[in-house]
Design a protein around this ligand. Structure first.
Ligand SMILES: Nc1nc2c(c(=O)[nH]1)N(C=O)[C@@H](CNc1ccc(C(=O)N[C@@H](CCC(=O)O)C(=O)O)cc1)CN2
Ligand SMILES: Nc1ncnc2c1ncn2[C@@H]1O[C@H](COP(=O)(O)OP(=O)(O)OP(=O)(O)O)[C@@H](O)[C@H]1O
Length: 215
């Protein structure tokens, strides 16, 4: 008598009948609350701590083109780090949503240049600022795991943009977060683009390396 074939194991992401999108939605709302608390309890100069840990751990990053972001809501303050990178010879860009559902455009940001308001409370350079192709991206996030998977707001903007950039040239990504935004596992599929590094106010994590460097 033939033994019946083993039933296909349900993908880990669809355990207990929940789809990946449902799991992400649930994790997103938990992560939003966690980040709100982390931001409320953070040291007043947490962005400077992030910058100092980064500078001590990643002094090799200089003279490059970096896509930063203008922090909104409870996101980690990345502006001191951005100014540090500028002082290290980096050209800085900020992301702009041109059209919903499309990749982001990165526009050059000269330090005192005026920024205009974009959707979702973001700010970015005026449309006449030149676009640039970053070789490093500083990526905001709601939650991350040690393998470099990240949860964003769910628009897919960074995933789409990174897929396009990575198809053309090497680009490295650094998730920017409070250390407490780490969770054990961020579920993902083939459309999710992983982070190479995660920089926090406490340490820099090399994704997938099983270790960390920094303080
Ligand atoms: N600072 C920053 N700039 C960014 C992004 C981001 O996540 N953060 N983006 C990433 O894709 C792009 C803009 N897309 C976004 C898509 C959705 C939401 C969003 O859902 N925002 C929440 C609340 C934000 C808050 O105040 O905490 C909302 O509107 O409910 C934000 C930005 C490009 N610029
Ligand atoms: N390269 C892509 N092309 C088309 N759709 C994509 C691509 N990458 C992601 N998406 C879609 O975008 C939607 C949101 O993706 P996801 O939930 O991973 O967003 P997120 O990573 O949290 O958001 P973001 O990247 O904006 O911070 C999903 O429906 C996903 O399928």
């Amino acid at each position: 008598m033939k033994t019946p074939p083993e039933p296909a194991r349900a993908p880990a992401t669809e355990s207990q009948g929940e789809s990946l999108a449902q799991i992400k939605r649930r994790l997103r709302s938990e992560a939003q609350g966690r980040r709100r608390r982390l931001a409320a309890e953070a040291a007043p100069r947490v962005g400077e701590h992030l910058r100092d840990v980064f500078a001590a751990t990643l002094p090799v990053i200089k003279d490059c083109t970096v896509a930063a972001y203008w922090p909104i809501g409870d996101e980690m303050d990345v502006l001191p780090l951005t100014e540090y990178l500028r002082s290290r010879g980096c050209t800085i860009g900020l992301p702009a949503v041109e059209r919903p559902g499309q990749p982001l455009t990165f526009r050059r940001w000269w330090a005192p240049a005026r920024l205009i308001e974009g959707p979702y409370g973001t700010r970015h350079p005026e449309p006449d600022a030149p676009t640039l192709t970053p070789d490093w991206l500083l990526v905001p996030l709601l939650a991350f795991d040690r393998d470099g998977w990240r949860l964003g707001y769910g628009g897919g903007y960074y995933d789409r943009s990174l897929a396009g950039l990575r198809a053309k040239s090497p680009v490295r990504t650094i998730g920017i977060a409070y250390a407490g935004q780490e969770i054990s596992r961020v579920p993902h599929d083939h459309l999710d683009q992983p982070l190479d590094l995660i920089a926090t106010e406490r340490h820099v994590i090399v994704a997938g390396a099983g270790g960390r460097s920094g303080q």
